[in-house]
Design a protein around this ligand. Structure first.
Ligand code: COS
Length: 386
């Protein structure tokens, strides 16, 4: 699945212009208001951004992983909250249905996901199940032709906006084999939302708890119709999501570097632009080298990802995805830190974009698997018997 090269070029230029002319100027608005402006969300819908990765037959644009990454690089060049409005629709919220859903589930949900009529959100994490994602406490008990769900999901991105969740719950014994993945409409009786989390960064990215009290969903809402597949499905979805976070990290690093170069040319000390000093140049050079290394890695992994069927998992590709996410998210942390350093005191002041990027970047090393989870996945794969 991929968009033809010419159409992709046009789409990419449109998105680059949208980021430059609409989103970057609205970054300060986000600092002062509670949500992304409604007219920007309307424009996102009109541009088809909610359906970037949904196949054309369901009303989307049908980007390949390699193309999606390039778009996410561009979106990484502005405040993370903008991308998050449709990020779960093109990523972790819908990919489970796309990869493993039944034909009926795809036909019912994907067209609404692609148009933006329905926001889908991914609900895996719980108060006591973060990194140990197989130890879910949310239970789904079979009752006739329904499952009854009870439990709490935590830090769920886009939950306040969601019309439906792909939600992992325990239907069987303990561990990964007992986890099933459900489509849970947000309006189902017994489903409640906690208050919106107050975060260090990515502030207008909406997250909150999802509380399930005797929530009844039809058996037909198990993704793919087969119980016990939810953990593997979540891991497959996260593989693609993690690679996209690596791409976003590279885009963010490129914007921080641009801001830093501009400041280094304009700011004068000791009678000349600070960019004339080699200690400033060294910081810029390290950031540029690391950015290019990260982006090359991400693109290499994308080629391998696109070479296999989307719904099939390959441990070697998963290991490389983890390398890309680990390197790129740590890299942008260092680039953001240097960006603040190059700005001096100004870098600590809210009106300079590097201050916000410094806070936004910190989350990239945490969500969709921490750096330590990535090390674990890479280490395990390296030591697996040949
Ligand atoms: N694709 C498909 N299947 C996968 C997979 C992948 N990428 N990774 C693991 N699996 C399968 C395994 O093959 C195994 O299947 P079998 O039981 O048939 O052998 C099963 O899933 C269990 O895997 P594993 O034994 O590795 O599970 P662990 O409980 O040891 O968990 C970690 C491994 C820690 C790596 C996993 O729980 C994880 O990624 N945690 C982080 C979760 C996360 O990212 N949270 C963020 C939430 S979204 S913001």
């Amino acid at each position: 699945m991929a968009l033809d090269a010419e159409s992709f070029d046009i789409l990419l230029h449109t998105i680059q212009r949208f980021v430059r002319e609409r989103l970057v100027p609205a970054e300060n608005y986000l600092e002062e208001h509670d949500d992304v402006p409604a007219d920007i969300i309307d424009d996102m819908k009109a541009m088809g951004l909610f359906g970037l990765t949904v196949p054309e037959e369901y009303g989307g644009i049908g980007l390949s992983v390699g193309q999606e990454l390039v778009v996410n690089y561009e979106l990484g060049r502005t405040a993370a909250a903008f991308r998050s409005v449709f990020g779960t629709n093109i990523g972790i919220g819908s990919q489970g249905i796309l990869m493993d859903g039944t034909p009926e589930q795809k036909a019912e949900y994907l067209p609404k996901v692609a148009s933006g009529e329905l926001i889908m959100s991914f609900a895996l994490t719980e108060p006591d199940a973060g990194t140990d994602a197989a130890s879910l406490k949310t239970r789904a008990a079979l009752d006739g032709d329904h499952y009854v769900l009870n439990g709490t999901k935590r830090y769920i991105t886009n939950a306040p906006r969601a019309g439906a969740f792909t939600l992992m719950a325990c239907t069987g014994g303990p561990g990964a084999g007992g986890v099933s993945s459900f489509i849970v409409p947000a309006h189902t009786p017994g489903l409640k939302l906690g208050k919106t989390d107050k975060k260090m960064g990515q502030r207008r990215t909406k997250t909150c708890d999802v509380i399930l009290e005797n929530v009844r969903v039809p058996v037909a809402n198990i993704i793919g119709g087969v119980p016990g597949q939810g953990f593997k499905a979540a891991m497959k979805v996260l593989d693609r999501g993690r690679l996209n976070i690596a791409a976003v990290s590279c885009g963010m690093a490129s914007r921080i570097l641009d801001e830093s170069r501009r400041y280094a040319r304009e700011r004068k000390q000791f009678g000349k632009a600070i960019g004339q000093f080699q200690l400033i140049q060294a910081m810029l050079a390290d950031s540029q080298a690391e950015l290019l290394a990260g982006w090359s890695l991400v693109k290499d992994v994308a080629l391998r990802f696109d070479a296999k069927p989307a719904h099939v998992s390959d441990p070697d590709v998963s290991m490389r995805v983890s390398c890309a996410k680990l390197f790129a998210t740590e890299m942008v942390g260092r680039v953001a830190d240097r960006g603040v350093q190059i700005h001096g005191g100004a870098g600590y002041i809210n009106e300079y974009p590097v201050e916000r990027f410094y806070r936004d970047a910190r989350l990239l090393r945490l969500y969709e698997g921490t750096t330590q989870v990535k090390q674990l996945i890479i280490g395990r794969e390296l030591l697996r018997a040949d």
